[in-house]
Design a protein around this ligand. Structure first.
Ligand code: NAP
Length: 480
């Protein structure tokens, strides 16, 4: 069983408190490891180390950073099965899903390494500005921001850590990472890939422990130039009030809509929704939560969807037949089961699923959902979809846009006009035509509108947000 200290400036360290805490499997409660709990003194030590580390790393040529990151990518490839086992153990997702997640690690790091070597600036046509002539030359250069604080959630403990660490390091920043308390071991295993690849001392720290205790100190510190946060909208709002004047990226919650119009391929849409609504037990910010179906095809659509959802095998994350594992905790499973019961009490219909056994919930389809009820409007983060009907394409888009969120949306149609209307009108950071929103290429810009967040991830976009543009003007004297 792993017992892991803090990582301060790349070196495994004892926590100031001397306290370690157990990490347990959400499936059976078994202890799967122990990690140190950081306190505020450790925050200070990590930020000091990061400040020193930044001075080294920002002066390390891009080709040397590239070499270290590509070595880290190779290590992540070599260690992917071990990382998958850690993900399933502490997060409860099925091993098949965990293998998919761990298998993307190396590629994310490689994409970031490439983008970190492409920090181009631009030349400025100063003479186009009245009053300025040919005696000056102006251009921009891109530089790393400095110390980046990265705070990540539990649901994709590898992907969401790497979408911060890899671009931050590739661009020449130092990083202090605070992973979710329930999934610290995955974060440490990934950090070890970078450290073993030769990252200089100081550049990377990992503080395990309580976000509520460490969060304010990390995000408000003046040594920090950028906070990159993924998690709930409530925590994101708190951070935006606390951080002060620094760069901020917030990847927050959602209640993702999927529209199925009457001209869509119903079988195909049902298949996609049977994946998009239930992968990772619905604990995905881009889960297909609200399914908005044109009235005339509702019965046919539900007939196509129901057997696919009932075929999803749930249970022991390590069992070969399990496709979907547990929720992250008993409290979360209880919350989701209660939300389904409340929706039914309020007039919705439970078509299938919803039975709870410990932290496992049978995938559920809830129909006749009032699209303005809490079950549709609030983020569920569980394995259930809320099905509502729409009169026509404009009504469907109005319902899709009816929440405070706007992260990802799916839209099924074979009508080009309706598809273009959706692309233009849906208020969402990503719109998928003929697939659900539960799809991501790691290089694509990814981030929410409205209460789903600020800024974009995806390696090129993340690097843009983790660099500063400096404008340089060289003043000469007129030569004639
Ligand atoms: P969370 O409770 O907000 O926690 C996220 C992280 O914030 C954890 O590391 C947590 O630490 C830390 N934290 C807690 N309080 C803090 C504070 N006061 N200051 C700074 N950090 C603090 O979210 P979660 O339950 O782990 O994750 C689920 C949420 O994340 C959902 O809403 C989901 O939609 C969202 N999410 C969004 C995206 C996206 O790309 N938009 C992707 C994935 C997930 P502790 O674990 O120690 O509490």
């Amino acid at each position: 069983m792993a017992r892991k200290g803090l990582i301060i400036g790349g070196v495994e360290s004892q926590p100031t408190s001397g306290v370690f805490e157990e990490v347990r499997s959400p499936f059976n409660g078994q202890v799967v490891g122990e990690v140190a709990t950081a306190d505020l003194h450790d925050v200070d030590l990590a930020l000091d180390a990061a400040t020193r580390g930044f001075e080294i790393w920002r002066r390390t040529p891009a080709h040397e950073r590239f070499a270290i990151l590509t070595k880290a990518a190779t290590l992540a490839d070599e260690r992917q099965e071990a990382i998958a086992q850690i993900i399933s153990s502490e997060n409860g997702k099925s091993l098949v899903e965990a293998r998919g997640e761990a298998g993307r690690s190396g590629e994310i790091i490689r994409l970031a390494a490439f983008e970190g070597s492409q920090l181009y600036g631009e030349s400025l046509p100063l003479d186009a500005n009245k009053g300025t002539g040919f005696d000056k030359i102006g251009f921009t250069i891109k530089q790393p921001v400095g110390v980046v604080v990265a705070i990540s959630p539990f649901n994709y403990p590898a992907l969401l850590v790497l979408h911060k660490l890899a671009p931050a390091l590739a661009a020449g920043n130092s990083v202090v990472l605070k992973p979710a308390r329930s999934t610290p071991l995955t974060a440490i295993a990934l950090a070890e890939c970078f450290i073993d690849a030769g990252l200089p001392a100081g550049v990377l720290s990992v503080l395990t422990g309580s976000g509520a205790l460490l969060g304010d100190a990390l995000v408000s510190d003046r040594r920090v130039r950028k906070v990159s946060f993924t998690g709930s909208t409530a925590t994101g709002e708190h951070i935006s009030r606390t951080a002060g004047v620094k760069k901020l990226s917030l990847e927050l919650g959602a209640s993702g809509p999927v529209v199925v119009l009457k001209d869509a391929d119903i079988e195909y849409a049902a298949n996609s929704i049977s994946l998009g609504g239930y992968i990772n037990a619905g604990q995905v910010c881009i889960s297909a939560q609200r399914v908005i179906v044109e009235e005339s095809i509702m019965a046919n659509f539900l007939d196509a969807l129901r057997p696919k959802v009932e075929a999803i095998r749930v249970g022991d994350p390590f069992a070969a037949e399990t496709r979907v594992g547990t929720l992250i905790s008993q409290a979360e499973a209880d919350r989701v089961a209660q939300a389904i019961r409340t929706a039914v009490n309020d007039g919705a219909t439970l078509l299938t699923g919803g039975e709870q056994s410990g932290t496992v919930i049978q995938p559920a389809i809830v129909t006749n959902v009032d699209p303005y009820s809490a079950f549709a409007q609030d983020e569920l983060f569980g394995p259930a979809i809320a099905v509502s009907s729409a009169r026509d394409v404009s009504h469907a888009i109005e319902l899709a846009n009816s929440t405070v969120y706007g992260l990802g949306a799916g839209f099924f149609t074979n009508n080009l006009n309706s598809a273009i209307q959706a692309m233009r009108e849906i208020e969402s950071g990503v719109v998928h035509i003929n697939w659900t929103q539960l799809w991501r290429a790691d290089l694509m810009p990814y981030g929410g509108f409205k209460s789903s967040g600020i800024g974009k991830e995806g390696l090129r976009s993340a690097i843009a947000e983790m660099t500063e543009v400096k404008t340089v003007i060289m003043h000469g004297q007129a030569w004639n």
